[in-house]
Design a protein around this ligand. Structure first.
Ligand code: GH3
Ligand code: MG
Length: 445
């Protein structure tokens, strides 16, 4: 069992020092114990005591409540608390927060613009987002809070039907965040796209990759940050071209896509300029929505359905020059077992990102399920497939050391028959596993 939180990350440089002086870790521990005991009165008393000791509301949020909730989450993950305990802790936290915010939210509504907030598919931590929703609502915005684990399709549909002025996204999957934002910008049938901001652990990594999304971490600054965002004359594209070209295959909204579901957009500029036009074309929009069913929500890559369709499209008409790679993480079960499911998910994301970096535009990367990925290389020879497989294998081994991750790769030429191709690639992959793993094996054509 983990211990009540005593170590606190100083999230806010302004209140951090004072908070430490005021004993935030101790309040965090006491708040955690009140949550564990299911005692709202004690939780409120601890929050009040923290305020009286000199912590401001933002510090109580980030250095008392958040670590306490994280501790409850850890207990839950380790089987020391059940889902009911977690719900109770969340409810108590919500109640404490609404009290806290009622202290700072005075004054007249400043705006009636609509803000939509959602934790995107795969993201279950909503505390920060929920707090932002409360603060914005208190400041007079018309807030539409969609909660946790919102499916992509639902989110796009809500954007379309509710035309928010701003959209706040919580996400913990760095790879899927740019894809998601891109899709919202390009696909949403909005006359004026929303200003987008984001919160959550994915955001730092996504910004490092080049995503130009304003990041909001501090609940106290949320109102001014959103107002500033809304004051900009036109929302800027959040996904710059350089990043877009490295992202998982975008939803194709161009005219060619109407003929071929998997035609990749040539680049962001084309997609972006098409976006506005496509937004007025409901047939195209419906088509694009359907495309979401072909995505793997964790990585943003194509899923098995997408792969099967693309394979058929490429090779179904007769023999073609193309190679198929199958990439499978070595002893992935052990990574989950030893380092936890989150570390496993992160390994899947990192392997997906490595693959995306290692292929050319026009190649096709999919997650078939679990730890198994497939890559279609149209026009490639066996030699080229070996080079791509080896590049992926070597990058994973070099870059993913904590915990150490390796992959095995099998490759075979694409046959007209999807099943025959899979058998050949599987066989090559099996050979790679049997002969020691962390290897690339190419089947003879
Ligand atoms: P091998 O080297 O032979 O490939 O061994 P392996 O352990 O990788 O093979 P196996 O197919 O037995 O393990 C796949 C594991 O992937 C089992 C399953 O729990 C895990 N898994 C499947 N989907 C997910 C996911 O979305 N996230 C995480 N973290 N684990 C997943
Ligand atoms: Mg495996």
């Amino acid at each position: 069992m983990s211990h009540p939180p005593t170590l606190v990350v100083m999230a806010d440089k302004h209140s951090g020092r004072r908070a430490a002086d005021a004993g935030a870790p101790d309040f965090a521990r006491r708040f955690g114990e009140a949550l564990r005991a299911g005692d709202p009165k004690e939780a409120n008393a601890v929050a009040s005591a923290a305020l009286e000791a000199g912590l401001d509301v933002a510090a109580v949020q980030s250095q008392v409540i958040t670590p306490a909730m994280r501790w409850i989450g850890d207990l839950w993950e380790h089987g020391d608390a059940n889902v009911g305990d977690e719900h109770l802790a969340t409810a108590i936290t919500q109640e404490t927060l609404s009290r806290l915010f009622s202290l700072v939210l005075q004054g007249q509504p400043r705006s009636r613009e609509r803000i939509m907030l959602a934790a995107v598919q795969g993201e279950h931590h909503v505390l920060g987002l929920r707090m932002a929703a409360d603060v914005l609502e208190g400041a007079g915005f018309d807030v539409l809070y969609l909660g946790a684990d919102v499916p992509l399709t639902g989110l796009l549909e809500m954007c379309r039907s509710h035309t928010p002025a701003a959209l706040g996204l919580g996400a913990s999957m760095p790879l899927s965040l740019p894809t998601l934002i891109w899709e919202i910008e390009a696909v949403c049938a909005l006359e004026s796209p929303p200003a987008i901001f984001a919160a959550g652990s994915a955001v730092g990594a996504a910004i490092e990759q080049g995503l130009a999304v304003p990041r909001i971490d501090n609940t106290q600054q949320v109102v001014s940050a959103v107002e500033e965002l809304l004051a900009r004359p036109t929302p800027q594209p959040v996904v710059p071209a350089g990043l877009a070209s490295r992202m998982p295959v975008p939803i194709a909204v161009g005219a060619t896509a109407m003929e071929s579901p998997h035609t990749q957009a040539e680049g962001f500029s084309q997609t972006a300029s098409y976006g506005a036009e496509a937004s007025r074309d409901s047939a195209r929009h419906a088509f694009a929505m359907e495309q979401l069913a072909y995505r793997d929500p964790l990585t943003g890559l194509w899923n098995r359905r997408g792969y099967d369709d693309r394979f058929y499209e490429l090779a179904g008409g007769g023999p073609v020059q193309a190679m198929v790679l199958m990439v499978d993480i070595d002893r992935f079960k052990g990574i989950n077992d030893s380092f936890g499911h989150d570390a496993g998910d992160k390994a899947l994301l990192d392997v997906a990102a490595t693959m995306m970096r290692s292929v050319r535009p026009g190649d096709f990367v999919a997650r078939l399920g679990g730890d198994e990925f497939a890559i279609l290389l149209p026009g490639a020879t066996q030699k080229e497939a070996l080079a791509v497989g080896e590049r992926i294998r070597a990058s994973v081994e070099l870059d993913m050391r904590d915990p150490p991750v390796t992959v095995s790769v099998g490759a075979a030429p694409a046959l007209e028959n999807a099943r025959g191709t899979s058998l050949a690639v599987d066989h090559a992959l099996y050979d790679a596993k049997e002969t020691g793993r962390n290897r690339v094996v190419v089947a003879a054509g």
